[in-house]
Write a protein that binds this ligand. Structure first.
Ligand code: GLP
Length: 240
């Protein structure tokens, strides 16, 4: 696991965007694993700039997002599909048919989870996976628990995550209590993982990544088992 410690959010975003841009230059038909949350917005902004400047091309790219609230309609402005369209897909030359987000309107979450993993495997697996991290150490919506789940599945959000994510809603009562999320095996099957973290609120989670222990109490700690992980964080997340 490699750590890149940046001065600030802008530098963190630039570093992450550079890695993704290099990936697209070397392999124009890359499969990107994408994340939502406030952390990757700066990275997406930089990718949009590079795309507009003609430096990178999304026309052959496929994407798979980590998670989606459940149940939620795709056109709800709190859905992760809406977020991805707004911050990236509507701003670059990607074919929307090549963008995948778990279906928050699926009738049967078990069927949706299995279908999502199958589609991902058939596409050839993720080349570079962007990850954020919850302040409780969750990745995607794999929450701290006594066990973790391998494949894409429906999960209940913890009180801490509902509280953390409520800042993006009008009221905490509007935050969905469930989500569909890629499981740990789906995430760990990516060829390369780039985890982003900024701000003091992420320090405890980053400290657990620096610690030797691998525990379902901190799902992100399992990234230590992956051979190709880069953590890009700002000083505040690194030093606390
Ligand atoms: C959310 C998402 C995660 C994200 C994390 C951190 O709940 N499910 O994929 O990484 O929480 O979000 P943020 O970047 O807004 O801090």
């Amino acid at each position: 696991m490699r750590f890149i410690v940046c001065e600030n959010y802008d530098e963190m975003s630039a570093r992450a965007a550079d890695i993704l841009a290099s990936q697209l230059i070397l392999k124009p038909d890359s499969i990107l694993g994408l994340a939502t949350g406030t952390t990757p917005i700066g990275t997406y902004d930089k990718l949009v700039e590079m795309n507009k400047a003609g430096k990178i091309d999304f026309s052959a790219v496929k994407t798979f997002n980590l998670d989606e609230y459940y149940p939620i309609k795709a056109d709800n402005d709190q859905s992760y599909r809406y977020f991805m369209n707004k911050y990236l897909f509507d701003r670059v030359n990607i074919d929307k048919a090549n963008t995948h987000v778990p279906n928050g309107e699926a009738a049967d979450p078990d069927v949706e989870g299995k279908a999502y993993d199958k589609m991902l495997a058939e596409a050839g697996g993720v080349d570079v996976q962007i990850l954020g991290i919850g302040r409780n150490g969750h990745i995607a919506f794999n929450e701290p628990d006594s066990y973790l789940i391998a494949g894409t599945h429906k999960t209940a959000l913890t009180e801490d995550t509902i509280e953390a994510n409520s800042r993006l809603f009008n009221d905490i009562s509007e935050v969905p209590h469930y989500a569909l999320t890629m499981g740990m095996a789906s995430i760990m099957s990516a060829k390369m993982i780039v985890l982003l973290a900024n701000g003091k609120g992420k320090h405890d989670a980053i400290a657990k990544l620096l610690d030797e222990k691998i525990t379902p109490d901190c799902p992100a700690s399992f990234l230590k088992l992956h051979p190709n992980v880069v953590i890009i964080c700002d000083k505040e997340a690194y030093e606390g």
